[in-house]
Design a protein around this ligand. Structure first.
Ligand SMILES: C[S@@+](CC[C@H](N)C(=O)[O-])C[C@H]1O[C@@H](n2cnc3c(N)ncnc32)[C@H](O)[C@@H]1O
Length: 268
């Protein structure tokens, strides 16, 4: 006969001391997100200030305050600032993906410190189809300009993971104007290309701000045009670089080149 096991409760987990947190933060660094982890700031000397908190304050009112029952995907989640904020708003499930394992380790520690249950996975935006599900809210902040193939990423997000809202941000350079663009122009008409408000994306062959992963800098008109072209209706523009969008039908032509329309795709 098996002896009865005494009922035991697991010993309480001792909270980390400030020194222990500081040691973990240092070991996991350097950090891009400045987070307050039990009184220890992760990137106090960030070149953009208290980032991304300062940015978030400027557009948080444009995101539903209550995400109860909703699912969220944070693409390029870095140390998890936005993923944690979405979980704090009651989201049922939050998945954060990033290409960089070091950032994901930071995100896991930050979520643990915040007491939030978030799933973090190493995945590129180009591989979002592997997630096999759509999310009510997709966050795609600060990633587009780091990609060599930005429009492809938007197309893939639309096709595979966007269920309803897309929260988008890009570094933007050039004019902030948005010029009216006709549906078509004769071949001999070229002046509109020089209008500062025409959609333009600046290609960065070498470095920008010391970062070799800055590849493209769209102007505002280009951010808006790319979002529409990928099938996102712009609902609001609460901050200079931030657009809140709703998934809509993608214009028919945008699937013409990539991805190729095979039998599986056309069945969707
Ligand atoms: C400028 S940070 C933005 C972080 C965060 N989304 C924000 O807005 O504060 C860019 C992040 O995108 C990630 N990233 C870059 N290329 C990626 C890719 N192909 N797929 C997924 N994440 C990527 C980087 O590792 C980095 O964490």
């Amino acid at each position: 006969m098996t002896p009865l096991q005494p009922m035991t409760t697991p010993p309480p987990v001792r909270p980390l001391t400030e020194d222990e947190i500081r040691a973990r933060v240092t070991a996991l660094g350097p950090w891009f997100h400045n987070l307050d982890l039990g009184g220890v700031m992760t990137a106090p000397d960030h070149f953009l200030g208290d980032y991304p908190a300062v940015k978030w304050k400027r557009f948080e009112a444009a995101i539903p305050a209550d995400l109860t029952g909703r699912t969220v995907l944070d693409i390029g989640c870095n140390a998890g600032f936005y993923a944690i904020e979405m979980k704090k708003r009651g989201a049922e499930r939050v998945v954060g993906i990033d290409f960089d394992e070091d950032y994901l380790a930071q995100a896991r520690f930050a979520a643990e410190m915040a007491g939030q249950d978030i799933e973090f996975r190493r995945l590129s935006v180009y591989d979002v189809a592997a997630l096999g599900e759509r999310f009510d809210v997709v966050i795609f902040m600060g990633v587009l300009y780091h990609l060599r193939h930005p429009l492809l990423a938007l197309d893939l997000i639309h096709r595979h993971v966007a269920g309803d809202l897309l929260v988008f941000q890009s570094m933007q350079r050039g004019s902030n104007a948005v010029a009216p663009v006709a549906d078509d122009y004769p071949f001999t008409e070229t002046a509109h290309f020089d209008d500062p408000g025409y959609p333009k994306m600046h290609f960065i062959e070498h470095h920008y701000s010391g970062d070799p992963t800055n590849w493209w800098a769209p102007n505002r008109a280009c951010s808006e045009a790319m979002l529409r072209s990928a099938g996102f209706e712009i609902l609001s523009h609460p901050e200079e670089e931030v657009f809140v969008c709703r998934r809509a039908e993608a214009p028919e032509a945008n699937a013409a080149v990539y991805p190729a329309r095979g039998p599986e795709e056309s069945a969707r």
